[in-house]
Ligand binder design. Structure first.
Ligand code: FAD
Length: 509
């Protein structure tokens, strides 16, 4: 195995889901010109999971670094813009029944400061408006169904992410990567072979016989064929922190061809939550739930009711989720990426962000590898911190819920299993401490910014119950003024439907 080289000679990526094709695309982009051969092997008999339609802003950097314009990939994937995520019904606190997790940039500096000022006052028991929805332009852009593409005359820079069809994005990346030299093999692996030193030597397939390589990427999804089943890397379950282990998914039509939302909506349900993701041609919906609290049939019925589907004509897909992570993503001559590596329930749509992080860190680590074992340990530690810290942020949604309607929500709130990080954040916040200082203290292990932490704590209304009236000395920010500023900027944002349709036109003309 050529670990003393700057890159391997032949890499075999096993698995052709979104993770496999994103990996192949990044690898061929980084190493294709240096002579590294990349083969991607996938099984058409097994297929892909076919869900995973929301992203984080990091996905912008993915396409930018590959030099793929939005006007090229978005129409091909029925993709839409995503300004943020709305969370209705997670909290029952008056004024905080819904909250929006915005994407923001330096242009939002003044709004962030205003929100921070008010939320800190409210944390200290002063009665001021502290729901982030009032302060962030991104919320209003989403509410008005605009695209986050402001006219340059506004001098405003927006950040955003995307929604896309999970199957079409794989197809798109396959075409892109194979056109750049990635060799594509469709076959099923029947056995993984190991060398005497324990490294993976190759795979045996049904139709193509043995296929060898000197480095392997395990993108086999929940099957986890190489790192888990062959190299026996232990799996750390997140079940003690996060209860949800199932999902049921079904598409629905858009309400109108003329209007297109630009946000994900993640509504609390009886034993979990439901996503609603707008694509250019349909909604993707799903209910993520805990099988310890609700069975498959009841969950499906509840989702149908939530979507107001009156008959059973729309087929439901039921999925099991292995929630947690491998103890080591990079083991010997094999890297696990995607669902094979780990999975945190999709509440903040972070899975593909971790795919990107993993492959980018791997490329950087491998190139600099002098002491391979040390390099791997440092890499694995970094990836594990990303996973654990996202798990913590996701768990915070459950810790902050105030619902009393089912045992699920009460158990999630009262769950004693929290990391030291979450415990310290809650303690600091509840005692009127300096949350910014606490998050700064923890910054080496934080995947989310201080603003996101303030947004979730403020947005879900975790405040003292009987606040004192604000007086002049508090200099509270007037939320109507904050809102007015947002409204003034809003006129620079185009309608979302028109923006995505315009992107299609040159191709279709
Ligand atoms: C309910 C749900 C909702 C989600 N929502 C989001 C979201 O909003 N945002 C997000 O970023 N992520 C989301 N995800 C995660 C996202 O779906 C995955 O991260 C993404 O699709 C990548 O999956 P994958 O490529 O790792 O695995 P898969 O898509 O399962 O692909 C596995 C591949 O391995 C191949 N394979 C398996 N065994 C063999 C074998 N023996 N021989 C040959 N090939 C084999 C299969 O053929 C397939 O090509 C969600 C996941 C779930 C379960």
């Amino acid at each position: 195995m050529s670990q003393n080289l700057a890159h391997p000679a032949h890499i075999l990526v096993v698995g052709g889901g979104t993770a496999g094709w994103m990996t192949a695309a990044l690898l061929v982009h980084a190493w294709g010109a240096t002579g590294t051969r990349i083969t991607l092997l996938e099984s058409d008999a097994i297929g892909i999971i076919g869900v995973g339609e929301g992203a984080t802003p990091k996905m912008r950097r993915f396409f930018q670094q590959l030099g793929i314009a939005e006007s090229v990939w978005m129409p091909a994937c029925n993709a839409t813009y995503k300004c943020g995520i709305r969370f209705p019904q997670w909290s029952t606190r008056p004024g905080y029944e819904s909250y929006y997790h915005p994407f923001f940039t330096m242009s939002d500096d003044a709004s962030i400061r205003a929100f921070h000022h008010n939320v800190t006052l409210r944390q200290h028991n002063v009665d001021v408006q502290a729901n982030p929805d009032w302060f962030f332009l991104s919320n209003w852009v989403a509410k008005k169904r605009c695209a986050p593409l402001p006219d340059p005359r506004s001098h405003y820079q927006a950040d955003y992410a995307y929604h896309f069809d999970a199957r079409l994005i794989g197809d798109f990346l396959r075409q892109w990567a194979t056109a750049r030299g990635v060799h594509h093999v469709v076959d099923t692996v029947t056995r993984v072979t190991q060398l005497e030193n324990g490294e993976i030597g190759g795979v045996e397939t049904e139709a193509h016989g043995a296929i060898g390589a000197d480095f392997f990427v395990d993108c086999t999804g929940f099957a986890n064929l190489l790192t888990g089943k062959t190299l026996n890397v232990p799996f750390l379950s997140y079940k003690p922190w996060l209860f949800n282990d199932r999902a049921v998914a079904m598409p629905t039509p858009l309400e109108s061809p003329d209007s297109l939302p630009s946000e994900t909506v993640s509504s609390a349900m009886k034993c979990g939550w439901a996503w609603k993701i707008p694509l250019t041609n349909r909604y993707g919906n799903g209910y993520v739930y805990a099988s310890d609290f609700i069975d498959e049939a009841t969950a499906e019925r509840e989702l149908r009711g939530h979507l107001q589907l009156r008959d059973d004509a729309v087929e439901a897909r039921h999925l099991k989720m292995r929630v947690g992570r491998l103890e080591r993503s990079w083991e010997r001559n094999c890297l696990a990426v995607g669902l094979a590596q780990g999975f945190i329930e999709p509440l903040e749509a972070t899975a593909l962000m971790i795919v990107q992080d993993t492959v980018e860190h791997f490329i950087a680590s491998f190139a600099g590898a002098r002491d391979a074992a040390r390099q791997r340990a440092g890499f694995n530690d970094k990836i594990n911190r990303i996973y654990d810290s996202i798990r913590d942020y996701i768990q915070m949604h459950y810790k902050l819920n105030t619902r009393e309607d089912t045992p699920y929500w009460i158990a999630a709130r009262e769950n004693p299993n929290v990391s030291d990080s979450v415990a310290a954040i809650l303690e600091t916040w509840d005692n009127g401490g300096d949350l910014l200082a606490e998050i700064t203290r923890q910054r080496d292990r934080m995947a989310y910014s201080p603003t996101s932490w303030f947004c979730i704590l403020g947005g879900m209304g975790r405040f003292p119950r009987k606040p004192k009236r604000a007086t002049g000395k508090h200099q509270a920010v007037d939320p109507s003024a904050a809102r007015k500023q947002c409204m003034e900027l809003l006129r620079y944002f185009p309608d979302h439907r028109q923006a995505v349709d315009q992107m299609r036109q040159p191709e279709e003309a």
